[in-house]
Design a protein around this ligand. Structure first.
Ligand code: NAD
Length: 455
C-alpha cells in the first residue's frame, strides 16, 4: 500500500520505517529540512536502538523515502498518517496547530479518496477538527472528494520503539460507522494485515473512544508511578524498603509487576503533557479529575527529591561542593531530554552554587542544547557544569555521585570503582539501582528512594 507519514519525529519515523518493513511503500514528510537531510544522507536524527538498520534496509529496497515536498507527500499516500507533535499549550491543553496544519495540507492537495489517520496523541474530538479543516480546504477549491478520518494512537516506548511497533501489545483503531468510515476500516485492516497475521490484536472502536484510550493508558501509568513515589517518601520516614514492598504487591496479578518503580519522577514528552491534557479536557467538560491533579503534583515534587536529599546532607548552600551526575535523558536508551528530572536537579544544584560533572551515554549534545534554553536568563550558571565523556571521569574530585537515569551501564558498574573514584564515597540514587547491603559493604554512604531502612 502507498502510505504517507506526516511528521518524521520519534513516532513518525518509527511508524514509517516499520510500515515499510512489512512491505508498504512509505513516504515520510517533515517540515524540518535538517531532519530530512540527515535521513537522506543515510543518518538517523534521533537515538533509537535498531532503527538505523530498519531505515537503511527499507531505503535500500526502495520502500522508504524522505522529503519536505508537501504536494508530493499528499499525492503519494492513499493513507495519510498524521504523526506531528502535540505539545502542551499554555493552559496545559494539547496544542493542535501542527495537526491542523497537516490536515489543511492534505485538503489543499488531495485529488482522490484518502484515509487520514491521527497517530499523534490528540484529545477527544480532534478527528472532527481534522475533518473540518480538510473540508474547509476542499470547499475553497470547490472540490468534492471523499475522505475519512480514523484514530490510531501509538503506544510505543522510546528506547524500545522499533520492537514495540513491530510487536505491539495491541493496535487501537477508531473509525466512523458510516459508509466511508467502514471503507476506512477496511483500508486500515490492510495496513495492519501483517501484524494481525502475526497474532497482534486490533481493538476496533469509535473514533472518540480511540482518542481517549491513549490518554487513559498514559494517565494510568503515570498514576502508578506517582502512587509508588508517594509511598516511597513515606517508606523513607517509617523505615520500610519500597523495593520489598514492590515485589510484595507486584506478585498479585490484579496489580502486576510493571510500572511500580519508585524514583525521582517521570519525565519525557508523553506522561507530563498527556496527564495535563486529559485534566484540561476534564475541566472543559466541568468534571475535574482529582486523581490526575494529584499525580501531576506528586511528580513535580518528586523531581525535587534528590535535590532535597543532597541539601539535607550537605546544607542549603552548596558553594564549593562538586557533584558527579550520571544520567541526563529522561529515561535510558534515548537522548530525549523533554521534561527530564535531570533538568530540575541541575537547576537546583547550580542555583545553590554547586558545580557538576555530568555524563550520559547518548544525551550530552541534546542536554547542552536544552540547558542553554533553560538557562537563557542566567547563562553564567552554565559555567558551573561540565560534560565528560565517561562515567568514571565524572567521579573525579566529586563530593558525591547523583544518579538520575537508569542506564544499564550504571546498574552494572562495579561499586568498588565508584567508591575509589569519588572524593567522598556518597551516592544519591534516584533510580534505586543497587542493593543497599552491597553498597554499604563497598564502604559507600547510600541515599536511595524509599529504602531508608537499609541505608
Ligand atoms: P517529534 O517532535 O519527535 O516529531 C514531530 C515531527 O513533526 C517533527 O519532526 C516536526 O518537524 C514535524 N512536523 C510538525 N509539523 C509538521 C507538518 N505540518 N508537516 C510535516 N511535519 C511536521 O514528536 P514525537 O515524539 O514523534 O510525537 C508525535 C506525536 O506522537 C505526539 O502527539 C506524541 O504525543 C505522540 N506519541 C509520542 C510517543 C513518544 O514516545 N515520543 C509515543 C506515543 C505517542
Amino acid at each position: 500500500m502507498k502510505i504517507t507519514i506526516i511528521g518524521t519525529g520519534y513516532v513518525g519515523l518509527v511508524t514509517g520505517a516499520c510500515l515499510a518493513e512489512v512491505g508498504h511503500d512509505v513516504f515520510c514528510l517533515d517540515v524540518d529540512q535538517r531532519k530530512i537531510d540527515i535521513l537522506n544522507a543515510g543518518g538517523i536524527p534521533i537515538h533509537e536502538p535498531g532503527l538505523d538498520e530498519v531505515v537503511a534496509r527499507n531505503r535500500a529496497a526502495g520502500r522508504l523515502q524522505f522529503s519536505t515536498d508537501v504536494a508530493a507527500s499528499v499525492a503519494h499516500g492513499d493513507v495519510q498518517f498524521i504523526a506531528v507533535g502535540t505539545p502542551p499549550d499554555e493552559d496545559g491543553s494539547a496544542d493542535l496547530q501542527y495537526v491542523v496544519a497537516a490536515a489543511r495540507n492534505i485538503g489543499r492537495h488531495m485529488t482522490g479518496f484518502k484515509v487520514i489517520v491521527d497517530k499523534s496523541t490528540v484529545p477527544v474530538g480532534t478527528a472532527g477538527k481534522v475533518s473540518a479543516a480538510i473540508a474547509e480546504e476542499l470547499q475553497k477549491r470547490n472540490a468534492a472528494i471523499g475522505y475519512s478520518v480514523t484514530s490510531n494512537p501509538e503506544f510505543l516506548k522510546e528506547g524500545a520503539a522499533v520492537a514495540d511497533f513491530m510487536k505491539p501489545d495491541r493496535i487501537v483503531i477508531g473509525h466512523e460507522a458510516d459508509e466511508t468510515g467502514l471503507q476506512a476500516q477496511a483500508v486500515m485492516r490492510q495496513v495492519y494485515a501483517k501484524f494481525e497475521e502475526n497474532g497482534h490484536k486490533i481493538y476496533w472502536m469509535d473514533v472518540r473512544s480511540a482518542e481517549f484510550t491513549k490518554y487513559a493508558a498514559n494517565a494510568m501509568l503515570a498514576t502508578r508511578i506517582s502512587f509508588m513515589n508517594e509511598l516511597a517518601n513515606l517508606a523513607d520516614k517509617v523505615g520500610v524498603d519500597i523495593e520489598a514492598v514492590r515485589h510484595g504487591i507486584g506478585s498479585d496479578p490484579r496489580i502486576g509487576p510493571s510500572f511500580l518503580l519508585a524514583g525521582c519522577g517521570y519525565g519525557g514528552s508523553c506522561f507530563p503533557k498527556d496527564v495535563q491534557a486529559l485534566s484540561r479536557t476534564a475541566q472543559e467538560y466541568g468534571q475535574d479529575l482529582r486523581i490526575l491533579a494529584a499525580v501531576e503534583e506528586v511528580n513535580e515534587a518528586q523531581k525535587q527529591v534528590l535535590g532535597a536529599k543532597v541539601r539535607s546532607r550537605f546544607g542549603a548552600d552548596l558553594k564549593g561542593k562538586h557533584f558527579a551526575l550520571w544520567g541526563l535523558a529522561f529515561k535510558p536508551d534515548t537522548d530525549d531530554m523533554r521534561a527530564a528530572s535531570s533538568r530540575v536537579l541541575i537547576e537546583e544544584l547550580l542555583s545553590a552554587g554547586a558545580s557538576i560533572a555530568a555524563f550520559d551515554p547518548v544525551a550530552i549534545e541534546e542536554a547542552k542544547r536544552v540547558l542553554a534554553l533553560d538557562f537563557a536568563n542566567r547563562p553564567e550558571l552554565l559555567q558551573q557544569i561540565r560534560f565528560v565523556d565517561s562515567q568514571d571521569a565524572a567521579l573525579a574530585n566529586a563530593d558525591a555521585l547523583i544518579i538520575v537515569t537508569e542506564w544499564k551501564t550504571f546498574r552494572q558498574t562495579n561499586l568498588a570503582s565508584i567508591q575509589a573514584g569519588l572524593k567522598n564515597a556518597i551516592v544519591f540514587d534516584g533510580r534505586n539501582l543497587y542493593d543497599p547491603a552491597l553498597v554499604k559493604q563497598a564502604g559507600i554512604e547510600y541515599h536511595a528512594i524509599g529504602r531508608a531502612v537499609l541505608t
